[in-house]
Design a protein. Structure first.
Length: 234
């Protein structure tokens, strides 16, 4: 079963670790650091922080059971779909002092992580797709936070890199199965083997992770059909 892929990982510990990584990185930035471009097209490092702060509106709605009410309020403002919401979150905070946005994210995300841990893995929470297991939702957040940490260049120590890659592979494989993706994926001791419609490729573990979050560069040479099929977390 797909959920067996996640059995050996604690989604709440991972969420805490990735939030702490981002917090350490953000806390050490000077004015020029905030203006640096991220890997998110059109977004600076500061914009990534604004995105993280703004999406807590959705995270709290999931926990409060008010997702449909939130979507209604956003629609009234002309905000529809994830892309619109993400850009709106960034736009709404561009005129605010960065220290204020950082404190907003710290407080609201801290509450999200605390409440999710208290609920436990098996509790159901509200989402855009309907009721969903809290632990699985936390794994989605884990992947997003790790991806954005990499987007802004937050350091990952050699000591934690391998374990971090392994849980990200597990989450990616889980989500591919959850989405009934047509790409076939097998994990060997050294690499990931993938196949789609008779096309096959092998990817190093980090490359597979990058592909599933839409960050594998075009220069890599992976067949675009496989790249599109693997992209499941971005």
């Amino acid at each position: 079963m797909a959920e067996d892929l996640l059995r050996d990982f604690d989604p709440f510990d991972i969420f805490d670790a990735e939030a702490a990584r981002l917090d350490r990185f953000f806390a050490g930035l000077g004015e020029s650091g905030w203006r640096l471009p991220s890997r998110c097209t059109g977004w600076s490092v500061r914009d990534v922080l604004a995105h993280l702060a703004g999406e807590e509106l959705y995270n709290h709605a999931c926990l409060d059971g008010t997702v449909q009410e939130l979507l209604g309020r956003l629609a009234d403002e002309g905000v529809t779909g994830f892309n619109d919401f993400n850009e709106w979150c960034v736009r709404e905070r561009r005129g605010l002092p960065v220290e204020e946005v950082l404190e907003e994210w710290r407080a609201k995300n801290g509450e999200t992580r605390r409440r999710m841990r208290e609920l436990g893995r098996d509790a159901q929470i509200d989402t855009m797709a309907g009721p969903y297991p809290n632990g699985w939702q936390a794994f989605h957040y884990d992947s997003e936070y790790a991806t954005h940490a990499d987007d802004v260049g937050a350091p990952v120590s050699d000591r934690e890199a391998d374990d971090r890659t392994l849980w990200r592979i597990a989450v990616s494989r889980f989500v591919l199965a959850e989405q009934d993706a047509k790409v076939q994926v097998e994990q060997t001791a050294e690499y990931m083997w993938v196949a789609l419609d008779g096309i096959t490729a092998t990817l190093a573990y980090p490359e597979f992770v990058e592909a599933t979050v839409g960050r594998l560069p075009d220069s890599h040479g992976l067949d675009p059909r496989i790249a599109a099929a693997l992209r499941c977390l971005a």
